[in-house]
Design a protein around this ligand. Structure first.
Ligand code: NAD
Ligand code: PRE
Length: 364
């Protein structure tokens, strides 16, 4: 284990569901010196997560201050109910991607929910299981916390401390606000990526071979697990359908315009959609969006060992701080493109100095 950092949470935390989310929480908590207890319905998943260093198996005398339920949405209400009963002094939270359906189910069962606070870290990966877990998964990501007026202050503080200890940014929302928001920013993107990637299934090899970075950027999450997503989407149908209806209308506008591109107004309809997309993407926060604070330099990098390392070293030598880095490389290609984000005021000097050292600049 790494040397413990100063953490807000201390003592024991219990994580139920030791897959991607659960094992990632366990890894991050252990790096902070916290005693992470893992449980899973699958003994081999549990063993795997323990082998990866995400925590230890439960013991009779466990007394966690917080239980984090990281199981699939279909069973999240069952597990929350069981954990509230088993650990009467613990605060119970969950990380399910939908918040309203489990909450309503627990209310319907008459479960006392004073010690339950739903939450959802906006971080994940397209692959599940402890094998894909990472301790830095939550770093810099929003972590939604859904409390209500009955939530005790100290219970809320525990969930906030969990998010902060894992490097995330706690954001309070109602379950309704949460589900509507993630319908737009997470659930519809999954459907769009999957349906677009589906078009590739029967495409000729000659077309697929031409794939550049545009398609890859758009379809990464199409590799997500169908079993998980069918649960997420069917638990958030209404907000998702609202966005899908608007999307279908926009797609129809473009398709109609393209059927008659020379008709009056067609080109404008197409341009308006692309321009509205520019405005939408400009609203994305932080480095994960398109950050307009940085200027781009695209450097051509030979596909030979050590080239990228040399580029990064030389940037350091000429005193350029790299703010962002993206690599574009097609299998079999002799050359890759390193897209580097730098502060605009150093862009010109960086280009000149890199060219002087023999680097080929593809674009600025
Ligand atoms: N995958 C993501 O990107 C992501 C991101 C944020 C939140 N979430 C949410 O996190 C939760 C877990 O997703 P994941 O990606 O970690 O899935 P996962 O499949 O990697 O892990 C889920 C684990 O839960 C275990 N499990 C299933 N039923 C159980 C039960 N009744 N009791 C105990 N353990 C049980 C499984 O054996 C598995 O190990 C889901 O509710 C999901 O909506 C996922
Ligand atoms: O980045 C990914 O791979 C994700 O799947 C992350 C993502 C998202 O849409 O942002 C997916 C579902 C979760 O509920 C939360 C996060």
């Amino acid at each position: 284990m790494n040397e413990a950092k100063a953490a807000r949470l201390a003592g024991q935390i219990r994580v139920v569901g030791a897959g991607l989310l659960g094992a990632s929480i366990g890894l991050a908590a252990r790096e902070n010196g916290v005693d992470a207890i893992l449980a899973d319905a699958s003994p081999s998943q549990l063993r795997l997560a323990i082998d990866y260093g995400a925590g230890r198996a439960e013991r009779e005398d466990d007394d966690p201050s917080i239980v984090i339920v990281c199981v699939p949405p279909d069973v999240v209400a069952d597990v929350i109910e069981a954990e509230l009963a088993r650990f009467p002094r613990a605060v119970v939270t969950d990380v399910a991607s939908v918040k309203l359906a489990p909450f309503h189910e627990l209310q319907r069962r008459g479960v006392d929910l004073v010690r339950y606070i739903g939450s959802h870290p906006m971080a994940g990966r397209e692959r599940g299981g402890a094998i894909s877990a990472r301790g830095d998964l939550f770093f810099g990501r929003p972590w939604v916390i859904c409390r209500d007026h009955e939530t005790p202050r100290d219970a809320l503080a525990l969930v906030e401390d969990l998010a902060l200890d894992l490097g995330a940014l706690p954001i309070e929302m109602t379950p309704e606000e949460h589900d509507a928001s993630v319908g737009l920013v997470s659930h519809v993107p999954q459907i769009v990526a999957s349906t677009l990637a589906k078009q590739l299934v029967d495409a000729p090899d000659s077309a697929v071979r031409l794939t550049g970075q545009g398609l890859r950027d758009t379809v990464r999450i199409a590799s997500s697990q169908p079993e998980l997503w069918v649960q997420i989407l069917s638990a958030n149908g209404e907000p998702v359908v609202e966005v899908l209806d608007r999307l279908v209308a926009d797609l129809s506008v473009v398709a109609d315009a393209l059927r008659a591109p020379d008709a009056p107004g067609s080109r404008r309809e197409i341009a308006d959609v692309i321009a509205a997309g520019n405005a939408g993407v400009a609203r994305l926060p932080g480095k994960h969006g398109q950050d307009r604070r940085f200027a781009q330099i695209v450097v051509m990098v030979d596909d030979t060992p050590g080239q990228l390392g040399r580029l990064l070293t030389e940037l350091g030598e000429i005193g350029i701080n790299m703010e962002d880095l993206r690599l574009e490389h097609s299998p079999g290609a002799q050359i890759g493109l390193a897209e580097i984000g730098v502060l605009p005021e150093v862009q010109r000097r960086a280009v000149d100095e890199l060219e002087a050292r023999g680097w080929r600049i593809a674009s600025v």
